[in-house]
Design a protein around this ligand. Structure first.
Ligand code: ADE
Length: 239
């Protein structure tokens, strides 16, 4: 079965958007994955097709109704057994290992929040897993959903083609990526580090490893600590 992302949104016209171009877009066009964007408003039942209402207890903004969203989820949920994700800044932060898990499965149902939030009862009743893409607040879950889907799609079989299959890159080993260089040999007085043009593959690999470790230590002490640190690596002045 083809990997499929189903997105529930109040703005289906935002899709495929950036997922329709470049790597993900080519893969979409060639049938390596499927995208279904469904309008939550189609599940509204009243005359005004309303999807939101004022928060119980008062306060600013609007809350997405539990009954409308539940109906939208149920209507979209022909294939049972796939994860139900709710994009939300209060979710658990998305990680590369979670992305890999999602890419290995049938593909998620992704719900995009809007307004001040979603009625808590539908989160519980439909077992929605809240996912954040970072500690900042977007105006809605759509861009977050696109980021999550893009991260999954590039891991699907056949999508990356000749490019390294994601094993050599940032996070797969808990390290940030080492710096890259290409022609010209000299740019504004800065040469390519000599070791990279030496042809000594072992030395190149050791240099890259040391750079990746130094960068991770300096920029992401959280990642560095999570892998237990490592002795004998060089430090860097880069913040
Ligand atoms: N919706 C609004 N902000 C978000 C975030 N940081 N992550 C996921 N969904 C969001």
């Amino acid at each position: 079965m083809t990997w499929r992302a189903t997105v529930l949104t109040l703005f289906p016209e935002m899709f495929p958007g950036p997922l329709g171009v470049s790597l993900a877009g080519k893969a979409l066009a060639s049938g390596l994955w499927e995208l279904e964007a469904r309008d939550i408003r189609d599940s509204a039942t009243d005359r005004h097709r309303s999807v939101d209402d004022t928060p119980a207890g008062g306060g600013p903004g609007m809350v997405l109704r539990a009954d409308v969203l539940a109906a939208a989820i149920d209507a979209a949920d022909a294939d049972q057994g796939r994860p139900h994700l709710l994009m939300s800044p209060r979710g658990r932060p998305l990680t590369q290992s979670q992305v890999a898990e999602l890419a290995a499965g049938p593909g998620p149902l992704v719900i995009c929040g809007r307004f001040e939030g979603v009625d808590q009862r539908v989160i519980e009743a439909r077992n929605l897993q809240e996912v954040s893409i970072g500690d900042y607040v977007l105006s809605g879950g759509e861009i977050a959903a696109m980021a999550l889907i893009d991260a999954c799609v590039r891991l699907l079989p056949g999508v990356m083609g000749k490019q390294a299959s994601g094993e050599d890159e940032s996070f797969s080993e808990g390290l940030l990526e080492f710096p890259q260089y290409t022609r010209p040999q000299e740019f504004e007085g800065r040469p390519i580090p000599e070791i990279l043009t030496s042809g000594d593959h072992a030395k190149v690999a050791a240099w890259r490893r040391a750079e990746a470790e130094a960068l991770t230590r300096a920029r992401r002490p959280d990642l560095w600590a999570a892998r237990g640190g490592q002795k004998g690596t060089k430090s860097t002045t880069d913040g």
